[in-house]
Design a protein around this ligand. Sequence first.
Ligand code: ZN
Length: 246
Amino acid sequence: MRAIITGIGDAFSALHYGSSAIVEAPAGLIAIDCPGRLLGMYRAASASSGIPIEVQAIDDILLTHLHGDHSDGLETLGFARRYLSSEPRRPRLHALPEVLERVWEKLAPAMDGATREHGGMSHLEDYFEPMELIPGQQYEVAGLEVDCRRTLHSVPTAGVRLRGPSGSIGWSADTEFEMAHIEWLAECDLIVHECGDNFKHTTWAELDTLGDELKSRIRLIHLPDGSTPPEGPMRLLAEGEVIVSS
Ligand SMILES: [Zn+2]
């Protein structure tokens, strides 16, 4: 399984796109989170990875939570899928029920106007197909097995695991350091873990307490601008980098 890292920034980054990725799945592309300036982000990641990321091919979005650095691109994605394609199709929006319940509060002021198809107010379902992710249940998303786990963060947030015939990737999402979450992610071949110094995030020192074998499978994102982790097996990912789990 391959994933293109499209953003490694945190909420305050002036240098990077919000932490996110595109996963190549058997039945299409899956976006993990949806930060702002989405089309520029995909263009940049396509150029540096050599893998084309076409927004019309993203039929599934795994949305971890509603902080802007993870969700501000939903408006662009929804509009792009509706208006930039001759055959508009709604992407599926997979998220915790409590995230789906409130996502339209964020999008409605910009998206609830009349559409070309009907004159009335628009709704979330005009742009996306909402799909609940319930922790503990298994889902099939674009030909991959996906499940989620709630994390310790300031708003409802879920980490996700994606499993295919050729490997698995665990994505921590924004979270405090939590051993149970790490153990859940550790069942995957490769773990992408957030790392930052702010409240409700995980520090490098906390992750460094883990065993060497586990640390060798952890890659880091979401560090503050300009900070690099100390030497060691937990390497900082770069935008446009392709990670392969097998
Ligand atoms: Zn967050």
